[in-house]
Structure formats: structure tokens, C-alpha cells
Design a binder for this molecule. Structure first.
Ligand code: ITT
Length: 196
């Protein structure tokens, strides 16, 4: 089964491709000229559907199956921000390093060293059978420092429940087992089997 991933985020693409070994997976930039998708939804679900829909429409191939991932980190003490704004927390066009630094600085400004946080992933599938969306979450703590260089995005400041290290320090197998993305993917794989 051939699946097109509507994402330009290299960290996500690496994880999605590694975790979907039993499927033939391509990023949309491998099958078409990449184009800008405006993510102006009010939820992870809406933004995931906007991305998958845009790529499905552009492919103009009824039998295509397009999958997208909209995700982010939410810090309870910051009224659940940055949430859906995780990719542009430090401003439009900000790098993941700038977003990470800004979240650490925001915690430091509030004198917070460690606090509850969670990641959310919404995975959307758009194909001839319709539009679908599933979610996954990972809970833990955000800390006001970077530790480790594994993973991507906010991983160096996130400690999953039950561990001492950040996702930047822990073996990648831990994230693969526990993450918001893998939990959403487990459900997405069930959906995929139903839509082909
Ligand atoms: P696409 O829309 O092209 O998929 P994006 O980076 O713009 O890429 P999002 O709008 O979903 O994707 O933004 C999610 C941001 O949240 C992303 O840029 C990361 O910084 C962060 N994020 C999401 N999942 C993460 C994870 O597993 N580990 C670390 N950071 C993550």
C-alpha cells in the first residue's frame, strides 16, 4: 500500500517512515513540487485535515492515500501553550531551535524549573473512502533546560512519565514505544487496513 505523507518536517518524516515499515511510504516532496499549506485551523485535528486534504487535492489521483501529522507540546502552567502554535512559538518561520529556546526562556522567566506537559499528535488520512483523524498523547514534564540531542523539536526539554532522562537523552526506542505519534499511528494503521 502506497502512502503519501503530507509533511515537510524531517523529524516527523523520519519517525513516521521508521514506524511504518510495513507500508510503502513517501513524503509529498518526493512525488510533487512542495507547496505552502496554510495551517489556519483551531485544533490539531483541523490542521492535520487541512494538510492531508491539500496534498490529496494536488495529487489529483483518486486512489491515493494521504496521511498527515499535526502535533505539538502543551505546558499546563502556560495555559496549555504553545499547543497548536508549537511550530511558530518564536514567530512565523522560526526554527525548531528558536522555538525550543523560547519555551525554555518562558519557563525560566516564570521561575519554573520543571512542570507538567504533554505532546499531542493528530494523524489525518484522506483517501477515496473519506477523511479520518485519530489522536495520541504522551504525558510528562517540561524542564527549563536542554538535555541531549536525540529526537527533534522540543524533545531535549521533555521528560516522559516514568523516566529520568529527556527524549533528547533516552534511547530512541523509548519514544517509539511511548510517543503521541506512535499511539496515534497505532490507530491510523487500523484505519488504513479498513480503507484499502
Ligand atoms: P508539517 O506541518 O510539514 O508536518 P511542522 O513542523 O510545521 O511540519 P506542525 O505544524 O505539526 O508541523 O508543528 C509541530 C511542531 O511541534 C514541530 O515543529 C515540533 O517543533 C513540535 N513537535 C511535534 N512533535 C514533536 C515531537 O515528537 N518531538 C518534538 N517536537 C515535536
Amino acid at each position: 500500500m502506497k502512502i503519501i505523507l503530507a509533511s515537510s518536517n524531517q523529524g516527523k518524516l523520519r519517525e513516521l517512515k521508521a514506524w511504518m515499515k510495513d507500508f510503502e511510504v513517501y513524503s509529498f516532496s518526493e512525488v510533487m513540487t512542495p507547496f505552502e499549506i496554510v495551517e489556519d485551523g483551531d485544533s490539531f485535528k483541523e490542521n492535520a485535515l487541512i494538510k492531508a486534504r491539500a496534498v490529496y487535492k494536488k495529487l489529483n489521483n483518486k486512489s491515493a492515500i494521504v496521511m498527515s501529522d499535526d502535533s505539538g507540546i502543551s505546558v499546563n502552567a502556560l495555559e496549555h501553550s504553545p499547543g497548536i502554535y508549537s511550530a511558530r512559538y518564536a514567530g512565523e518561520g522560526a526554527t525548531s531551535q528558536e522555538n525550543l529556546d523560547k519555551l525554555i526562556q518562558t519557563l525560566k522567566d516564570k521561575d519554573i524549573k520543571r512542570t507538567s506537559a504533554y505532546y499531542t499528535a493528530a494523524i489525518a488520512i484522506v483517501c477515496a473512502k473519506g477523511e479520518f483523524c485519530v489522536h495520541g498523547w504522551m504525558h510528562g514534564d517540561a524542564i527549563a533546560q536542554k538535555r541531549g540531542d536525540k529526537g527533534f523539536g522540543y524533545d531535549p526539554m521533555f521528560i516522559p512519565h516514568g523516566f529520568d532522562g529527556t527524549l533528547g537523552e533516552l534511547d530512541e526506542s523509548v519514544k517509539k514505544e511511548l510517543s503521541h505519534r506512535s499511539r496515534a499511528l497505532e490507530l491510523a494503521k487500523i484505519l488504513l487496513k479498513a480503507v484499502v
